[in-house]
Design a protein around this ligand. Structure first.
Ligand code: ZN
Length: 201
């Protein structure tokens, strides 16, 4: 693994974690000049998703993948509420762009408009390909959570060998937090019956 790739991955995977948020609040609260501001900021700040939240939504994405014509599923979440779900429909629609993420994004756009996607979180059972990651960046999602990585998926099926972190690092106009590896083993199990070197419909 080259240094560049490592740095890009590290950059994109840095999260304003629960710990970071709590540390920031403690610091503000400790300042006697800002007690009101600190209280206001604390009440207005969104509750950071926990690891349990991530697993709960990822299970829903994996459930979508189980119903797909190729095992990929995605869920879009805003403020703890599901805006849209999607699963790979490439074979059924004869549409090679009908990846789970794209299907979920199109459904969210149709139902809620593009503003709803800004800052939202997309959960996907497989790390997004270059096409889907481009769409995720153009839609200004705030966070991406994936299960199996591109490198893991490539052991089973064709993949465009660019990571989501690499793409995000080249799109400074669209900052995004990325968390990978959530329930990755469960996601990879979906490929047990997929032919090795198979082509995604
Ligand atoms: Zn894709």
């Amino acid at each position: 693994m080259s240094c560049d790739r490592n740095c890009a991955a590290h950059h994109a995977r840095f999260l304003p974690s629960r710990r970071a948020f709590m540390a920031g609040f403690a610091c503000a609260a400790a300042s006697p000049a800002l007690p009101l501001l600190a209280a206001t900021a604390a009440s207005a700040a969104p509750v950071a998703p926990t690891a349990a939240d991530d697993e709960r939504f990822m299970r829903i994405a994996i459930a979508e993948a189980r119903r797909a014509d190729y095992p990929f599923g995605a869920v879009i979440v805003r403020d703890g509420r599901i805006l849209a779900r999607g699963r790979n429909l490439g074979r059924r629609l004869d549409d090679p762009t009908a990846h789970g993420e794209m299907v979920a994004i199109r459904r969210a756009l149709a139902g809620h408009g593009s503003r709803s996607l800004k800052g939202s979180t997309l959960y996907t059972s497989g790390e997004p390909c270059a096409m889907c990651m481009g769409a995720i960046l153009w839609c200004h999602f705030g966070r991406l959570v994936f299960a199996a990585s591109v490198e893991q998926l490539a052991t089973k099926i064709d993949q465009i060998m660019v990571s989501s972190a690499d793409l995000a690092a080249k799109a400074h106009f669209a900052p995004i937090q990325i968390t990978g590896g959530v329930l990755a083993d469960e996601s990879m199990k979906l490929f047990d019956k997929v032919e090795r070197g198979g082509r995604r419909p």
